[in-house]
Design a protein around this ligand. Structure first.
Ligand code: NAI
Length: 260
């Protein structure tokens, strides 16, 4: 069977762990060359080795995506090493601090917005001048939070970034369609990754929670969390020419958990 991404050049942020790592490995299997971005240099090195073991080529940039200027420089350097770019996956993200609005520090709010949302804007802005020349594909990792569910109490900053990513994706899809740049998002439900390590839940977040009774029984499709690979394969589809007429769309990868 023909590979989905043969010869394509991709950049994936948050590639040291979870969904970003699974995406990099899926892209490698599908024949892409990949620029890997993350704040964690050891994790990046491990992903690079696995990418190479799959017979693909990769380049790494250890950078904090919340630093807009450094992120833009890293993306430029990867585009230079890749000698172009066809695919961008804006995936790096944190849950950040979950607290009541009253107690959430402005600095924490800003850290979550800069890491999840501003980095998405900066990444897209950085690839547009090159992608404009022959088209491209952009996929943003959003979430069911902020789009279909609002019951993670205290996660107002996180949910705002995830809603903002989908709104930005739709604006970008329209603006960039004339250049044949497609922009889509995935909205995962609960996925087994290291995301909880980036979460601080304060006691007062529990105090503002509304006590609701969830329906008894199992999750609709399968009674367990999703796997990063299940998100990665949807990202690969959106990055491939098999989704050539799909743009401005968010795709839920949650086994219908957010419909309950
Ligand atoms: P993860 O924690 O396993 O991976 C996130 C990666 O992003 C890590 O390698 C981390 O080092 C990197 N990262 C975090 N902050 C960074 C920064 N400032 N600069 C550069 N890299 C940074 O988590 P996961 O779950 O793979 O998260 C990926 C995306 O998926 C996030 O945007 C998250 O919001 C989203 N998501 C995750 C869900 C889940 O249940 N795991 C559900 C819905 C969305």
């Amino acid at each position: 069977m023909a590979k989905w991404l043969n010869g394509e050049k991709a950049i994936v942020t948050g590639a040291a762990s979870g969904i970003g790592k699974a995406t990099a490995l899926k892209f490698a299997e599908e024949g892409a060359t990949i620029g890997l971005i993350d704040i964690n240099p050891e994790g990046l090195e491990e992903t690079l080795q696995e990418v190479e073991a799959l017979g693909s080529q990769g380049y790494i940039e250890a950078v904090d995506v919340s630093d807009a200027e450094k992120l833009a420089v890293s993306i430029d350097q990867l585009i230079e090493k890749l000698q172009g770019i066809d695919i961008l996956v804006c995936n790096a993200g944190i849950n950040g601090t979950w607290a009541s609005i009253e107690k959430l520090e402005i600095a924490e709010w800003q850290r979550t917005l800069q890491t999840n949302l501003t980095s998405t804007f900066v990444s897209v802005k950085s690839v547009v001048p090159v992608m404009k020349e022959k088209g491209g594909k952009i996929v943003i990792t959003s979430s069911i939070n902020g789009n279909r569910i609002y019951n993670n109490f205290g996660a107002s900053a996180y949910s705002t970034t995830k809603a903002g990513q989908v709104a930005f994706m739709k604006m970008a899809a329209l603006e960039l369609a004339r250049f044949n740049i497609r922009v889509n998002a995935v909205c995962p439900g609960a996925i087994d990754t290291q995301i909880n390590a980036s979460t601080t839940i304060t006691e007062d977040a529990q105090e503002v929670a509304i006590k609701v009774e969830f329906p008894e029984g199992s999750r609709p499709l399968k009674d367990e969390s999703g796997k990063p690979e299940q998100v990665a394969s949807v990202i690969a589809f959106l990055a491939s020419n098999d989704s050539a007429n799909v743009t401005g769309t968010e795709l839920y990868v949650d086994g219908a958990e957010s419909l309950l």
